[in-house]
Design a protein around this ligand. Structure first.
Ligand code: G
Ligand code: MN
Length: 386
């Protein structure tokens, strides 16, 4: 964890029998016994289709001691318990996989130096299939035997796991590492993404990593996107996958969604390439409440415990039935489906939901129809082209 470690504190130099070391040892043993480690997840977004395609799982420890995850991992390493900690992470991740939405994957961070640990090898083997699991590897220190590492990855790949290079373009995670491992996914370090929009060297480096990834048939992912102008540049450069606070922060929700504003701006940005307008740029935020909670002022979506819409609470018609559509639904087909509703429900807003039918927001019928009219009026209308 050298890169992450350097951002916080230096390697523990305290003797292993100091009070501090003893309390860390106890804390890590507690985690290994199953208490105090949770995995947050952060959406990975396909920016061309404005869709969540996967989630990175990130370890979060509850103290005492209170410290960021990299400090926990480094202390575990000093007690030779690093691999055991990775086993915990993998075990939790495999349990979470059972609840994964369709067509999405999970990524987990594993220290490459632990890949030959018997317990870790056995944990992976016991899982049987590793489909939908992506193993993120960071080169923390110079690795001298890439061939051995490739051998260790073979059974994992054979079981269906995909391999990602984490923090590409930073520290040790350089080109040799990238080419030796021939990963399925290249995650570009967030240091290169930070202000990529106004730094020509960073732009060139991201382009270069993209070109190399293309040559080895890997996907590229930009990590740590925090600003809309970074997203713009990445989209223009053709980087297909993105992760970062701009779209969603790591969270303990199962499963976190990307925020509505980011979603609609994504749709607007990629709109120039797509052929037909979709609901994505029409979504508005809406109040939500659970079924038995107090009625709130104004319009509200009543949701169940999974955040899925049950019905609409609208001042003039309480309990209206829900038409739930994905943001990728085209405006045209949304209008058609809305008009198939009963006369009483026909003009109620549409509820926009994600791939697991969790509530994202609403689309008002008036905005939908305005959009349809504009589509037909616009300079690129169907009439002009045919
Ligand atoms: O090295 P790795 O890429 O696995 O690091 C992931 C870490 O980066 C996590 O701790 C996560 O919380 C953090 N992170 C995720 N997205 C962002 C972001 O947009 N900005 C910053 N500063 N950190 C991020
Ligand atoms: Mn990572």
């Amino acid at each position: 964890m050298s890169k992450r470690a350097s951002r916080h504190v230096s390697l523990p130099t305290t003797p292993n029998d100091s009070d501090e070391a003893l309390s860390w040892r106890r804390a890590i043993e507690r985690v290994l016994s199953g208490i105090g480690l949770r995995l947050a997840s952060q959406p990975i977004v396909d920016i061309v289709h404005a869709r969540v395609v996967g989630y990175e799982l990130l370890a979060r420890f509850s103290g005492p001691p209170e410290a960021p995850p990299d400090v926990w991992f480094r202390w575990a390493e000093t007690f030779d318990m690093g691999a055991a900690l990775d086993v915990r992470v993998v075990t939790i991740a495999l349990a979470m996989r059972q609840h994964l939405p369709p067509d999405t994957f999970l990524t987990i961070n594993i220290d490459p130096l632990h890949l030959n640990d018997v317990r870790l090898v056995e944990t992976f083997a016991a899982a049987g299939s590793l489909e939908r699991i992506v193993i993120e590897l960071t080169e923390h220190s110079a690795i001298d035997d890439y061939d051995a590492m490739v051998e260790l990855l073979k059974p994992l790949r054979a079981a269906g796991a995909k391999i990602a290079i984490d923090d590409a373009g930073s520290g040790y995670a350089g080109l040799r590492w990238l080419l030796a491992l021939s990963p399925d996914l290249v995650k570009i370090d967030r240091a290169l993404i930070d202000h990529v929009d106004d730094d020509e060297i960073k732009t060139a480096l991201v382009e270069m990593l993209g070109a190399i990834a293309g040559r080895i048939d890997a996907w590229v992912l930009a990590e740590g996107v925090e600003r809309a102008s970074e997203l713009d540049v990445l989209m223009r450069m053709g980087v297909p996958l993105v992760q970062g606070y701009l779209l969603a922060r790591p969270s303990f929700d199962i499963w976190p969604t990307i925020n509505v504003d980011a979603l609609s701006s994504l749709a607007l940005r990629s709109g120039s390439e797509s052929t037909e307008p979709t609901l994505a740029h029409l979504v508005e935020t809406v109040n939500k409440r659970r079924e038995h909670a107090a009625v709130v002022q104004g319009m509200c979506v009543v949701v169940d415990e999974l955040d899925q819409p049950l019905f609409l609470d609208i001042p003039e018609s309480r309990g209206a039935r829900v038409l739930a559509l994905r943001p990728t639904e085209t405006v045209r087909s949304a209008v058609e489906r809305a008009m198939l509703r009963t006369p009483a429900d026909r003009w109620q807003p549409i509820v926009c939901v994600n791939e697991v039918r969790q509530t994202l927001g609403i689309v008002r019928m008036e905005r939908l129809i305005q959009s349809l009219v504009r589509e037909n009026d616009g300079p690129s209308s169907g009439l002009a082209e045919t």
